[in-house]
Design a protein around this ligand. Structure first.
Ligand code: ATP
Length: 237
């Protein structure tokens, strides 16, 4: 059994089925990317994994547990954390308070402090702006804070939804460097990205999603060189 597996999952909103029986897996230590056009169902996939969207049929397993219909907070406790698209920070709270919110299910105060230090080492800018309200941060700083908050749950599997969206090129570079660093430090990562090129460069493997189906999968380098991926997602003609 893989570290993490989605098997034949179907899910949607009301009568509208968005995920049409998708299967994917991650092994411990991998970065795996899920790419696809707007509306393909990538965010829905992450929400189904976290228990935010109900899985109608199929199964999700993680670290030996069936998490298919478990409440989100149990899933977080088991070690999966999502950093949602659009950051969703508490804008009236400071950086420090947002980061501490990420650890709300934990009681290990000493380790929480170590993790705050780790987040500040990754993102020195957050330490500099420690007491500033999240709502007043730049887009890049908000993304750093959102990733930091996700890390404060000490995830074994981190789900990142479009971390580079709307960021200037230099910040995009930084975010992808951080993804690399987190992975070298032992975090397994499922990365949803519009920036297919950068995502496939940082990932070990990838999946391509089209209208609720996984249509291609494989080694990230092979996908990066695949003519179909190149023309549909990398802007090659
Ligand atoms: P994007 O990059 O635009 O976020 P995506 O691949 O993540 O795209 P989803 O956000 O999963 O796609 O959306 C898949 C489909 O589900 C779309 O048709 C979208 O309109 C629909 N959808 C998403 N969220 C909801 C919701 N809360 N209620 C109803 N329909 C939704």
């Amino acid at each position: 059994m893989s570290f993490f597996e989605v098997g034949e999952a179907r899910a949607g909103y009301g009568k509208m089925e968005v995920l049409r029986g998708i299967s994917l897996r991650l092994e411990e230590g991998e970065v795996v990317t899920l790419i696809g056009a707007n509306g393909a169902g990538k965010t829905t996939t992450l929400n189904a994994i976290c228990g935010i969207v109900r899985v109608a049929s199929g199964a999700v397993t993680f670290d030996g547990h069936d998490i298919t219909h478990r409440p989100t907070k149990d899933i977080v406790r088991l070690g999966i954390t999502q950093v949602p698209e659009g950051r969703k920070l508490f804008s009236e709270l400071s950086i420090a308070e947002n980061l501490r919110m990420g650890a709300y299910l934990r009681k290990d105060d000493k380790a929480i402090k170590d993790d705050l230090d780790y987040v500040c080492e990754l993102f020195p800018r957050l330490r500099e702006r420690w007491n500033q309200l999240a709502g007043s941060l730049s887009g890049g700083e908000q993304q750093m804070c959102a990733i930091g908050r996700g890390l404060m749950a000490r995830p074994k599997l981190l789900l990142l939804d479009e971390p580079s969206l709307g960021l200037a090129p230099l910040l995009v570079e930084q975010i992808f460097e951080i993804i690399n660093r987190l992975n070298s430090d032992g975090t397994t990562i499922l990365l949803v990205e519009q920036n297919a090129k950068k995502a496939l460069e940082v990932a070990h493997r990838g999946y391509v999603m089209e209208t609720g189906n996984i249509t291609m999968e494989g080694d990230a380098k092979a996908l990066l060189n695949d003519p179909r991926v190149r023309s549909a997602y990398l802007g090659d003609v």
